[in-house]
Design a binder for this molecule. Sequence first.
Ligand code: ATP
Ligand code: MG
Length: 443
Amino acid sequence: MRLSSFYLPTLKETPKEAEIVSHRLMLRAGMVRQMAAGIYSWLPLGLRVLRKVEAIVREEQDRAGCQEMLMPTLQPAELWQRSGRYDDYGPEMLRITDRHGRGLVYGPTNEEMLTDIIASTLRSYRDLPKLLYHIQWKFRDEVRPRFGVMRGREFLMKDCYSFDLDAQAARHSYNKMFVAYLKTFRRMGIDAIPMEAETGPIGGDLSHEFIVLADTGESGVFWDADFKPMELEGIDYDDPEKLDAVVRGAMQFYARTEDRHDPAAFEAQVPESRRRQGRGIEVGQVFTFGTKYSEPLGAKVIGPEGEEITVEMGSYGIGVSRLVGAIIEASHDQDGIIWPDAVAPFDLALINLRAGDADCDAACEDIYAKLLAAGVDVLYDDRDGRPGVKFADADLVGLPWRLVIGPRGLKEGKVELKRRDGSVDENVTLDQAVARLTDAAGG
Ligand code: ATP
Ligand code: MG
């Protein structure tokens, strides 16, 4: 993509309304625009990241054996009346009346809707288990939408729902999602710690939140400094015992959210030198809740002995749009964003230091074509502008790699290749640069 034609409305000034760094950087880098409180348009650069995050979430759901579907954003109010949540949900739920006077809600979550679909389509215990998900916009009329896409009113969520015959099978589904979440967040280059959590308005028995540590996070968290990232290679989703061992391993260290914190237990389990307290961002949450929705909505199957069995359920959410902000909170410096490779909007910023100079133009065009052919996603700064502006924009946008081509270096056949995170900063030949970048892009 040529920057001269790419729609990238960056801002020089720091927007006043943005309280936290990810919100500031997303506005300044031209990723999103606010349309109303907590409601955003995603501009091309932002959408590229959102799609990458979404693709990783989707792949890991599919690998864990979930099947994707798509439910609408608008739901009949009547479903929520049947589950009893129409009144419970309160003013956070956006209620709409259509021209015939029928009640609709803009879905804040989909337990009712999918349970209703299952109730009217599944008949036999042989139809279970089922793990179904969708990635769809939700609306919650938050009292205080803030922090940009981190606490929006309209936001993109992946929500998965499990349907099982008994509590043990439901636990296996829970464990699958638990491990899928660890893998998902790790692929995005962030460490999300599973923390025991209150079940909240969804209700139920077991729940974990996945928390990215950040000072600007809204959740108070307590953890054991010895908490270690889990080994996730080669885990077989169809081996319930192994899977359970992995999940219990991840839970063995004390890690609690504020609402579940028990200071006495913390002190008994964790020596003082290892006790940590801080803040974090909830990027996902998993729940099991038995028959809370299947009972009122009549999701039953016929068991092996001809008996009726009410299905056991769980639900599993990931804040896809929130993750874009959370990743920036976890990975930036004073000059801008530092994208982890897996979610970066482009792989490389190619900077032509003197657009209009015949040698620089020729070298840039040549390497641009070679890199594109090799599958490297390049944002080529071909603008006629000052180097300082180009460097500042490149730092702000934060692509993992930067390749600078200028007249002086070119005379010696050299270009400057750099990693945004500072791990590489070298003068190399054009061919070495192509080889290096092609390698990094996995080509
Ligand atoms: P929170 O406690 O932050 O309000 P929640 O517990 O109400 O979130 P869930 O019902 O667990 O949210 O939804 C699943 C995921 O959706 C959350 O883990 C979070 O990542 C994301 N999410 C929830 N509310 C918002 C929001 N207002 N804006 C962006 N993402 C959100
Ligand atoms: Mg939650």
